[in-house]
Design a protein around this ligand. Structure first.
Ligand code: GDP
Ligand code: IMO
Ligand code: MG
Length: 433
């Protein structure tokens, strides 16, 4: 098999960055699909940390092509900062980066509207808890066919006309939300900055879809890196508390512009517990001291915004939904070490709603907020050896926990992660065969 999609199976932050970095050893091309700088993917190698937001997490492997698919929404300044950070570390030295000309662009006014909407919504109890990176407004403009694409950054006249037309649309919205409509001078500054960024990015731009398709046809190994997670999917997640893109495996084809018949494997990533950032129902959430303990043990603070992540027990109905939505054939389990030292571990095996048992989350958000988790209890374990390289190296209760998840999710694990570092991994099955 040569074309593999890695996708978050929960509400994001499952450890996709670590897993993509590991799988990149066998890949020739790594493609980020969907979303933008709302993502934060952490890579830890020999204690040194790198957080990627837009650049694919294969970047630590020199010579691999890193592609940003057309379905992304790219903040050109954030991307330039990230490229500079990578280059300062000796990465991206050759022309390893390819930015899809069809990807949409996030400019300062997308972020302005995102932030104003959140503030306005918060006063009315209707905030989404977005990352304020302009994701929603950029995808809205795309759907309205008024978006600005990477290719437009390379055409000064077209860009100026598009920005002017965007701001004609948005000025009343900005004012309605309590902001000040930008002055002509401010708008001109944004255009000039975007053109300067476009010139710096020009050498990396190209036809991403053709490139990926050609690589597959040449028999190369291609790895798709999902951002966010299945439950944040615009169509199938916990709407409206979702992101604005297709985060499920199908989004990889959509974003990169390749057909679904090209895909050989889909690997879902799940933590040994659950987290969520921002608003929205989270039935297994632990409040108070129990949630704080898990947050501290897992270092659960946003890689993009630094916000404390909400923490709770593993939600198997939600995981099952992720497995179904993305057609996952295997899973990677991360952060098993974080549960060390807990006398007892709980895992949600079903929900109860109006006297009925449900094996997947109800699709209506109010029903989901009302549903009560049914928990199974399992004994905890003391420590995990960080040099565990096989399931047999794990203590018996940890093995039992792993087996419970596999059985109830209905798919086997291909990898178990017992620490943030590349080396702290039990590899069971290589998705590239
Ligand atoms: P992503 O968005 O899915 O790539 O995940 P994030 O990088 O936002 O969050 C995952 C966090 O968990 C990062 O800080 C990783 O370094 C860390 N991490 C990944 N796997 C493990 C693991 O097995 N154990 C521990 N303790 N940390 C891990
Ligand atoms: P990675 O790739 C966790 C969440 C936000 C918010 C909702 C909408 O690191 O897993 P947006 O800014 O996208 O409009 O916010 O989606 N969200 C994430 N949560 N990890 C992410 O990315 C996320 N990207 C967006 O917190 O609830
Ligand atoms: Mg993250």
């Amino acid at each position: 098999m040569s074309v593999v999609i890695v996708v978050g199976a929960q509400w994001g932050d499952e450890g996709k960055g670590k897993v993509v970095d590991l799988f990149t050893e066998r890949a020739d091309v790594v493609v980020r699909y969907g979303g933008g700088a709302n993502a934060g993917h952490t890579l830890v190698i020999e204690g040194k940390k790198l957080v990627t937001h837009l650049v694919p997490s294969g970047v630590l492997h020199p010579g691999k092509a890193c592609v940003l698919g057309d379905g992304m929404v790219i903040d050109p300044h954030a991307l330039l900062d990230e490229i500079a950070e990578c280059q300062a570390r000796g990465l991206l030295q050759q022309n390893e980066l390819l930015i899809g000309l069809g990807a949409h662009v996030i400019l300062p006014y997308h972020k302005l509207v995102d932030g104003l909407r959140e503030d306005h919504g918060a006063k009315r109890g209707r905030a989404i808890g977005t990352t304020r990176r302009g994701i929603g407004p950029a995808y809205e403009m795309k759907a309205a066919r008024r978006g600005i694409r990477v290719r437009d950054l390379l055409r000064p006249e077209r860009l100026a006309a598009l920005v002017a037309s965007n701001l004609d649309d948005l000025a009343p919205v900005i004012q309605h939300l309590g902001g000040t409509a930008p002055s002509a001078q401010e708008i001109q500054g944004w255009i000039t900055d975007a053109l300067t960024a476009g010139e710096k990015l020009r050498k990396y731009t190209g036809d991403a879809g053709r490139h990926v398709d050609n690589a597959i046809k040449r028999g190369q190994h291609v790895l798709f890196e999902g951002a966010q997670g299945c439950l944040l999917d615009l169509d199938h997640g916990t709407y409206p508390y979702v992101t604005s893109s297709s985060t499920i495996a199908a989004g990889a084809c959509q974003s990169a512009g390749i057909g679904p018949t090209m895909i050989d494997a889909v690997v879902g990533i799940t933590k040994a517990y659950a987290t969520r950032v921002g608003e929205g129902p989270f039935p297994t959430e632990l409040h108070g001291e129990a949630g704080d303990k898990l947050r501290i043990a897992g270092g659960e603070f946003g890689a993009t915004t630094g916000r404390p992540r909400r923490c709770g027990w593993l939600d198997l109905p939600a995981l099952r939904m992720g497995v179904r939505l993305s057609g996952m054939k295997s899973l990677a389990l991360t952060k098993l070490d974080v549960l060390c030292g807990m006398p007892e571990i709980q895992v949600c095996v079903a929900y109860k709603l109006d006297g009925k048992e449900l094996d997947e989350p109800p699709t209506d958000p109010e029903d989901l907020a009302r549903a009560t988790p049914i928990y199974a209890r399992q004994p905890g374990w003391g420590a995990l050896p960080s040099d565990a390289r096989d399931v047999s190296d794990l203590p018996a209760p940890a093995r039992a926990y792993v087996e419970t998840i596999e059985r109830m999710a209905g798919v086997p694990f291909c990898l178990i992660s017992v620490g943030p570092d590349r080396t702290e991994t039990i590899r069971l099955h290589d998705p590239f065969v």
